[in-house]
Design a protein around this ligand. Structure first.
Ligand code: ADP
Ligand code: MG
Ligand code: MG
Length: 911
């Protein structure tokens, strides 16, 4: 996509006096600071900040991001007023360093470095040693007394400038150098002396002249302005534009340009250059971490040309590296760096990622910024910094990205372990799992009952596989994307899943899978890694999740701060236990239909649906009742006094209809119905659009005996659980897919009369709450009616999955191809099924809350869609005054942290 250049906002000079476009920084005079990030970019602002802290920063200046806007608004022209400001600043650097830009005796050399607000790959690479030409290089050689150093610097400059500003591919220079080394019998750059570099320089210059038809620029002013223009020009190069689009960075931020006096890590064996983290970015341990190279410059450390050495003696010993660490090689410089790191951590109150250079024993700081880190490190650093008194508990809670928890809540593959890769698919649901291959869901359940861990391998999954997916340690499919049935359900369950492994050939009949020539059969062990999409042969060593220690402490601080309660969506005892162990404060959604998918029960369910009269339905329901009651008793016992919200049956009917011959035969036998008649019945029940068909309250109104059975199961279970627990159990019964008050009243009537019946039968007084799921636009609009009066809904739970589906008119099951087109074209900012559409769907939610609470100020309000585990959505529900969010058990810790962050941010905003 082409950026219209005129879109840039322009700071036009309002008078003849040009605005301040250049900010100077040095230990003597720092005009900017860390609070100037928007104007000076991250690198420039932090250089100024370090300078003002008195740290050793080579003097320099920053040309502001505003100039970038002007550059584009005026057809890639720099404003005239900039020239004198740059010249003055250059002179000032010269005064501080005792050198002069372009001077043949004592030349000042500079680095030209890009830097926008957010660190951003794709921008122009840094140019070092700018200001060298055929004459100044002689001056540099004389002043330094080191010919080799001078010519090494010059060849680096020509190469960088040729590549970055003149547009000659860097491989051209690399080829020249490789050839030269081969011809002359050298293996390492360090073996080349001044004469050799002079020869290489001649070859470089000839190549440039060949390519451009003009010589390498000898005029240092032309060099400088060429480099400045190239930095601004790189803001709109394709790589940078793509990166910004992917990371939602606005194009009109612009980049700044930093021009800074060079310091030299390539001045022999008392010089070096390196990178450091003030703490270990992978574990978070409070230890310096990083690498350096002696007699090197710039990106040598990360380029892989030479192997860098460890910074600390400890790291060197651990890596069994024979080369000395910086701590051992240059103890004084190391000690100084250690002190500087301390100052920076205290100032920025965060772990820093640092670039430094040592010139002839003297330390210079070239960059600092907050360092990227793993989820584990992020937690450890936040907790440690709170313990060290650097952060408050609230601040520590704000430091950790809730989504990163997904990495921690599952076992992970041990990176050091041996493994044989089988194939790759999509990383559909994080976590790693090993188990026996099974090819169908019944087998998965069967094996699981016998105590085996299984991986369910299917071409794709369908709602009928729910019980098999539940029973599996992991799921692998050959087809389907990140939002396929397998992926969505697996994520919801917290079961690791690799989907869309396209190279996989599955033969369900023969019970084999093959990848190319390799074939595995049912019972063979494989391992999947749902975080990377990798599939391995055999069992691979794993690491178990650590939910104790720092993690537990941080979550504890989050619990102190949050207002929203966090419940879990849990359908089975296993889910409920998992939810409790992750700190859920109740069940916000128990989907009773999942209880029907169990192999023994689905037959009775099918009977019930296919029965042609009430008597047939009642006899089928009677078979289901004991199962439901037993499930609820177990659930109530696990949850103790915590609230449990049970939703009445809600699935689209087609999920239960018998399809395969085997299924049809079984149902026909039970119902004593000829198979042809049953097939006709199934055809009669089939719907064109089941999502909008006979489900939820509609199903219950048409077949009230289903609600009777469910209500009975719930109340009998509550009575039994009360006896067992010796404490009161207050089920919250939720009627799904309600749009009209009358629907609610009819079903509430059925439930209330069942409560009375069970009370009479058991002699136990039953406490319960009746509420509704708000998942249709009409329910949001008529929320006042639904809540009105003592016999109105006592609670609302927003079912934001269906609400999103019905407000957008977009089927969740068919959304994935649409989603990808819509996000690349910027129609959806985020997947609306993952992060709630705050403006559209959100407005209806807000309306529902307001209208419901206007009738009933103490109306309890929660949300139980997938959005309950999405941090942005959680913040939104916090703002709307919800009482709780409910999400899948594995997302409970995420929601706890997100709810705390929402509360802390709201507190900060109002302060
Ligand atoms: P990036 O944003 O890609 O990290 P930098 O502008 O930080 O680019 O420059 C990359 C490297 O160039 C630095 O890590 C440092 O080694 C070197 N460098 C940058 N400025 C200077 C300077 N003034 N003197 C010496 N080396 C420098
Ligand atoms: Mg870099
Ligand atoms: Mg850098």
């Amino acid at each position: 996509m082409v950026q219209k250049e005129a879109d840039f906002p322009v700071a036009r000079p309002s008078s003849d006096v040009a605005p301040k476009w250049v900010y100077y920084f040095s230990a003597v005079d720092a005009e900017g600071g860390a609070d100037h990030k928007n104007l000076l970019g991250g690198k420039g602002a932090n250089l100024a900040e370090m300078a003002s802290l008195g740290l050793p920063v080579p003097p320099g200046f920053t040309i502001t991001t505003e100039v970038c806007g002007i550059y584009y608004a005026s057809g890639r022209q720099l404003p005239d007023g900039l020239v004198p400001q740059v010249e003055r600043a250059l002179e000032k650097i010269g005064q501080e360093t005792g050198a002069r830009f372009g001077d043949e005796e004592n030349p000042l050399l500079v680095a030209v470095r890009s830097g926008s607000r957010a660190s951003m790959p794709g921008m122009m690479d840094t140019i070092l040693n700018l200001g060298l030409n055929d004459r100044t290089v002689l001056g540099l050689a004389r002043r330094s007394g080191d010919d080799r150093f001078a010519y090494d610097s010059y060849r680096r400059f020509i190469q960088m400038y040729g590549d970055v500003v003149l547009g000659i591919d860097h491989t051209a220079f690399e080829d020249i150098l490789d050839n030269f080394k081969n011809l002359n019998g050298y293996s390492f750059d360090t073996e080349l002396g001044a004469d050799e570099w002079r020869a290489v320089i001649a070859l470089y210059k000839a190549a440039i002249e060949d390519a451009l038809g003009k010589p390498f620029p000898q005029d240092t002013g032309e060099q400088l302005w060429g480099a400045i223009g190239a930095v601004f020009g790189s803001w709109l190069n394709a790589r940078a534009v793509t990166y910004r689009r992917l990371h939602a960075i606005p194009d009109d931020w612009g980049t700044a340009v930093n021009v800074q006096a060079m310091v030299f890590g390539n001045m022999g064996n008392t010089s070096a250059t390196g990178v450091a983290f003030t703490r270990n970015p992978s574990t978070g341990a409070n230890e310096i971490y990083g690498e350096y190279l002696i007699n090197a410059q710039g990106e040598d450390v990360v380029s892989g040309i030479r192997t860098p050495q460890a910074l600390t003696a400890r790291a060197r010993r651990e890596a069994e590296d024979p080369n000395p660490s910086l701590e051992e090689e240059m103890p004084e410089s190391f000690a100084e760096l250690r002190q500087i790191f301390d100052v920076l951590e205290k100032r920025y109150r965060d772990m820093q990622d640092i670039e430094f250079t040592i010139q002839d024993g003297k330390v210079w700081m070239l960059q600092t910024r907050s360092g990227k880190r793993t989820a584990e490190a992020s937690i450890k650093i936040a907790v440690d910094m709170a313990d060290e008194g650097i952060l408050s508990h609230d601040e520590a809670v704000l430091r950790v990205d809730p989504s990163s928890f997904t990495q921690l809540l599952h076992p992970t593959i041990d990176p050091a372990g041996e493994k044989e890769l089988l194939t790759m698919g999509l990383p559909a649901s994080p976590g790693a799992a090993s188990g026996r291959i099974v090819f169908n869901s019944d087998e998965a359940e069967h094996q699981k009952k016998q105590g085996h861990e299984v991986i369910l391998v299917r071409t794709e999954t369908s709602p009928e596989d729910i019980h098999g997916m539940h029973a599996s340690a992991g799921i692998l499919t050959a087809r389907g994307g990140m939002t396929s049935h397998a992926a969505v359900v697996a994520r919801g369950m917290g079961v690791p899943c690799v989907s869309g492994a396209g190279a996989l050939r599955i033969n369900e009949k023969a019970e084999t899978l093959s990848i190319g020539p390799k074939t595995l059969k049912a019972g063979d062990i494989i391992t999947i890694d749902g975080a990377t999409g990798r599939v391995y042969v055999g069992a691979v060593p794993m690491r178990q999740p650590q939910l104790s220690g720092d993690f537990a402490r941080l979550i504890g601080w989050a619990d102190d701060a949050r207002g929203l309660a966090v419940r879990a969506n849990a359908d089975t005892p296993k889910d409920a236990r998992q939810a409790r162990s992750f700190g859920a404060q109740g069940i916000g959604l128990c989907r009773t239909e999942h209880m029907f998918f169990d192999a023994q029960r689905i037959l009775a369910m099918r009977e019930m649906i296919c029965a042609t009269n009430e008597a047939g339905r009642r006899s089928a329901l009677a078979k289901i009742l004991p199962f439901q009651r037993a499930d609820f008793i177990e659930l109530f016992e696990i949850m103790g006094e915590l609230p449990v919200t049970i939703r009445l049956l809600d699935p689209p009917l087609h999920e239960f209809l018998p399809r395969h011959d085997r299924e049809l035969e079984a149902v026909a036998a039970e119902l004593k119905m000829p198979i042809e008649k049953l097939k006709a019945r199934v055809a009669e029940l089939s719907e064109f659009n089941p999502m909008l068909g006979l489900r939820g309250s509609r199903l219950a109104i048409r077949y009230p005996e289903i609600t009777e059975m469910q209500a009975r199961a719930i109340f009998e279970a509550a009575a039994e659980a009360e006896k067992r627990l010796g404490a009161s159990v207050v089920p919250e019964i939720m009627i799904p897919l309600v749009a009209y008050r009358r629907e609610f009243d009819i079903l509430a009537g059925v439930i209330r009369s069942l409560a009375e019946t069970v009370e009479k039968e058991t002699g136990i007084h039953l406490d319960y709450k009746l509420g509704t799921m708000i998942e249709l636009p009409r329910a949001c609009l008529k929320a006042d009616e639904l809540a009105r009066g003592d016999d109105g809904a006592e609670f609302f739970s927003f079912g934001t999955n269906d609400l999103t589906q019905t407000v957008l008119g977009l089927s969740r099951d068919d959304a994935s191809p649409i989603l990808s087109a819509y996000s690349t074209q910027g129609i959806y900012e985020a997947d609306p099924f993952v992060s709630i559409d705050q403006e559209g769907v959100g407005e209806l939610v807000a309306t529902g809350v307001a209208r419901g609470r206007a009738e009933k100020p103490d109306l309890k309000i929660g949300i139980c869609g997938e959005h309950g585990g999405d941090p942005d959505s959680v913040a939104f529900f916090h703002k709307l005054g919800f009482d709780y969010v409910s999400c899948s058990p594995f997302r409970v810790p995420i929601a706890r942290l997100a709810a705390a962050q929402a509360a802390i941010r709201a507190k900060l905003d109002s302060a």
